[in-house]
Structures are given as structure tokens and as C-alpha cells.
Design a protein around this ligand. Structure first.
Ligand code: FES
Ligand SMILES: [Fe+2]
Length: 471
């Protein structure tokens, strides 16, 4: 359709079937404001250009105008729990060392030797000093210069000025963020209202139980955006339709940086004919195919019988509430069915997506690859550490190549099959975008509002309306 023929809309149309808001009113517990206060704003219906996914010039603009100015999720606290522990975090043409200091704080320094530029570290580890493996220039773990061999030949260098350049560091909810450029909004300002919502779900009590990274032959935004709406379920993940309110999901945005997709589980998709489908059948399908059920991360069998007159959601909510309270020692009596069952998938601009709720939580991160046609997608599973127990060191990252399948990592259970279904689209999206005749893509007004908000925000950085600050 030509641009001047674009139909006028206000974005208020919604799918048939029970809406998210209605579901919250029949939850077996009273739902918190973060799940009931709708926050949708229509942002226009214009097509988006495909070069945002395919062009090296756009990737270069992102590296110059966006990445240095945003708070990036760089590590979890449990990745570097002890003084001297360090992790290498690389993204968008930069490499950083995050290092735990003796006072418990974390420093982030650029991981590049100031002699002739070797990366100081290429893997995570523990050290009080970073000695460059090339000629032996060395730095203390706080980034101050420690010394070099053949000092007589470097009389022109001033040791006090040889500190490694630092990045800004801030913490929230067990996550460590860095920002290349100092200044600009604080992390708290940047994340609002997400920390308020997550007060109930307390990710700081969780640890990384599983962490998988996979090279994907598609742009980082193509890959991320495949996880920003639930409505592809109808064709990409048909096995979960029996218990997924795919097109009854809610899509809300706040400001420039935060959005959520609230996906109800334990309800029949409006795409399926309800005739002859019992509430027990919904539960049985959920237990078979849902990647976040309690049985995926423990050895306990998980069987739920729906009493007469009860909904699948309530029965599943009751079962999860009991299982989760006993396995963690926390009282989850007031937890809504929604917070125990549903996909509460938040995204933080630009590339971090923590799931809310109480169950083992999924955390996504996407990083651009060396060309616009590749990226690294990471999935962490956070589990709640039982009450009173110390938080154990996080699981290390397992890297899967472009040829490996998610299902090669058996610990991820049925989620591996779901991710494989997603992966089956992505290389062909990337190829399709490259050969697009129109040079444009089109978005749904409601179910793809998160993609449009992301586009708007990135555009503000590229145009210099956001970022660009100097400390
Ligand atoms: S490059 Fe690091 S000491 Fe020479
Ligand atoms: Fe998917």
C-alpha cells in the first residue's frame, strides 16, 4: 500500500477472547497495580525501513550514537562474587573488564593494554593484577597502573596517567550495568518504572542456574524483536496454543526505555475451538509444553488435577504457589496466578529482557555481531535461592555456535524446542530483508507496539535527541 493510502487508526482494536484486564479481575489473588494499570500509547502506523537491520552504515551509527550512552546489562552479581573476580564483557566494538574490589564494589575498565593494544583478558577469572600477556605492562584490579618491565625505555609515560579508562557502573536487582560515557540519566531514572514493578519479584534473591549463548545468523534487532510479541505463536509454536492466550496478551510501554508483553498461560488460545476442550486438558498441555513449570528445574514430578468448577489457571496457580513456597521457603500466598504462570516479559532499551514473576525467570540479552547479519543471543535462567541460604556463584556461560541447536543443551528442557522454532525463522527474515523490493516492513498497531517504541527510541539517539552527553 502506498504511503498516502495508509488507513487511519487509533490503535484501540483488540483480539476477541478474554482480555488481560479481565483475567486480572478473576485472578485468585488481588493483582498489583503493575499488572492492572494499562499503559498503551498509539505511536503511528508508518512502515519501518529494512536498512535498520541490514546496513553496516546503520550499525556504525548505533555504535557511535547509541551504545556509548545507554546503560548496558553487563553482568550479574553472582558472576563475580569475590574480591578479585573479574568478567570480560564485550559489545558493539568495545571490551570491558568488570572487577570486584576489596570493598565489594565493582569497577569497569576498558580491557585494552595501553602499550600496544592487546586485550588484557579474553576469559573470566580471578586476579588482583592484570598483567598484559604481550610485554607485561600491568594494572591493579581497580584499573590503576601497577608497572612495566624495561621502565627505562618509557620515561616519557607518567604512571599516574596510565590508569585504564573507566566506564560508569550501577547496580539494580542483582544486575550490574555499565555505561561507556559518564553523565546522563542515572540507572534508576533510566529503568523507571521497572524497579518499582520488580520489588515484588526480587531478582536480587536469585542466581544464574543456567546460561546459554548462541550465535544467530540474523541482525540483533531481528532476533530480539522475535521475542517481543506473542502472536507468532499461532504459526511458529502451535503446540503451546492449548494453554496460551497468545493474541490476548497485553503490550504496554513506558517512556523511552521500558515495555512489557504480558502473556497469559493456562487459558485456551482464541484461535482454538473451545468445543470439547476441558480445563484439565489445558493443564495437561501446559505441563507437557511450558518451559517454566516447576518440574523443569527440579526432580519433582508435577501433576495437577483440576477440581470441578475450578479454572485451569486457578488450579495451576495453586499448584505453583504450593510448590514454589515449599522449595524456596518464601511465603507466596499473596502471589497472583499471573505472577506464577504467565510470561511477564519486560524489555529494557536497548537489549535486555528480564521476565517478571516468581517462577524461575528467563533473562534475555542480544548483542550485535561483527556484521549486521549476525548476533549473539543469550538466555539465562534465574532461580530463587532458598530463604536464608547464601547466593551461590552463577553458572558459567555455555556458547553454542550458529550450527549448534538450543536442544543440544538438554538442561533447558522443552524451552529448547520453542527456541529452535524461533531460530527456524530468523535466517530467512534476514535474507528476506536483504532482498526486500519495498524496502519496508509493517507492524501491528497493538501487538507490535514494543518494536515501534524501540524504533522511536533508537531513532532519538541517532538524531541526537537522546545521548550525546559529556560528563
Ligand atoms: S601490548 Fe600489552 S604490554 Fe605490550
Ligand atoms: Fe517464539
Amino acid at each position: 500500500m502506498a504511503k498516502d493510502e495508509q488507513r487511519i487508526t487509533d490503535g484501540t482494536a483488540r483480539s476477541e477472547g478474554i482480555s488481560w484486564t479481565e483475567l486480572m479481575t478473576v485472578d485468585s489473588r488481588s493483582a498489583p497495580a503493575c499488572l492492572t494499570q494499562e499503559s498503551y500509547q498509539y505511536r503511528g502506523s508508518a512502515p519501518l525501513p529494512v536498512d535498520r537491520y541490514t546496513s553496516e552504515a546503520v550499525a556504525s551509527l548505533e555504535r557511535e550514537k547509541m551504545w556509548p550512552y545507554v546503560w548496558q546489562f553487563a553482568a550479574r552479581e553472582e558472576d563475580l562474587p569475590e574480591p578479585g573476580d573479574y568478567v570480560v564483557y564485550e559489545n558493539a566494538g568495545r571490551s570491558y573488564l568488570l572487577s570486584r574490589q576489596d570493598d565489594g564494589s565493582v569497577r569497569a575498565v576498558h580491557n585494552v593494554c595501553l602499550h600496544r593494544g592487546r586485550k588484557l583478558r579474553t576469559t573470566d577469572g580471578t586476579a588482583d593484577k592484570f598483567v598484559c600477556p604481550f610485554h607485561g605492562f600491568s594494572w591493579n584490579k581497580d584499573g590503576t597502573f601497577a608497572g612495566m618491565p624495561c621502565k627505562w625505555d618509557f620515561a616519557h609515560l607518567v604512571p599516574e596517567k596510565l590508569g585504564l579508562p573507566q566506564a560508569e557502573v550501577a547496580h539494580w536487582g542483582g544486575y550490574i550495568f555499565i555505561r561507556e560515557m559518564f553523565g546522563g540519566p542515572t540507572l534508576e531514572e533510566y529503568l523507571a518504572p521497572l524497579p518499582d514493578h520488580f520489588k515484588r519479584w526480587r531478582h536480587e534473591e536469585c542466581t544464574t542456574a543456567l546460561w546459554i549463548a548462541k550465535e544467530v545468523p540474523a541482525n540483533w534487532k531481528v532476533t530480539m524483536e522475535a521475542f517481543m510479541e506473542a502472536w507468532h505463536t499461532i504459526i511458529t509454536h502451535p503446540q503451546i496454543l492449548p494453554f496460551t492466550g497468545d493474541c490476548n496478551s497485553a503490550y504496554w510501554t513506558w517512556g523511552d526505555n521500558i515495555n512489557v508483553n504480558l502473556v497469559p498461560f493456562g487459558v485456551l488460545s482464541p484461535h482454538l475451538d473451545p468445543k470439547g476442550k476441558s480445563q484439565q486438558w489445558i493443564v495437561d498441555e501446559f505441563v507437557k509444553y511450558n518451559g517454566r513449570s516447576a518440574d523443569n528445574y527440579s526432580n519433582d514430578p508435577f501433576a495437577v488435577t483440576v477440581p470441578k468448577g475450578m479454572t485451569a489457571r486457578e488450579a495451576l496457580g495453586n499448584a505453583m504457589r504450593a510448590a514454589y513456597s515449599s522449595s524456596t521457603g518464601y511465603d507466596h500466598e499473596s502471589a497472583t496466578d499471573a505472577e506464577l504462570l504467565d510470561g511477564l516479559v519486560y524489555n529494557v532499551f536497548p537489549n535486555f529482557a528480564p521476565w517478571g514473576g516468581y517462577m524461575p525467570n528467563i533473562v534475555y540479552r542480544w548483542r550485535p555481531g561483527k556484521t549486521p547479519d549476525t548476533c549473539l543471543m543469550e538466555v539465562r535462567i534465574l532461580t530463587r535461592v532458598p530463604k536464608g541460604k547464601p547466593i551461590p556463584r552463577g553458572a558459567p556461560m555455555r556458547l553454542l555456535s550458529a550450527d549448534d541447536k538450543w536442544t543440544a543443551c538438554t538442561e533447558i528442557g522443552v524451552l529448547g524446542d520453542v527456541f529452535e522454532q524461533d531460530m527456524a525463522n530468523l535466517p530467512y527474515v534476514q535474507e528476506g530483508l536483504h532482498c526486500s523490493k519495498t524496502g519496508e516492513i509493517n507492524l501491528g498497531n497493538y501487538q507490535e507496539i514494543r518494536v515501534r517504541q524501540f524504533y522511536d527510541t533508537l531513532d532519538k539517539y541517532i538524531k541526537g535527541q537522546l545521548g550525546g552527553f559529556k560528563a
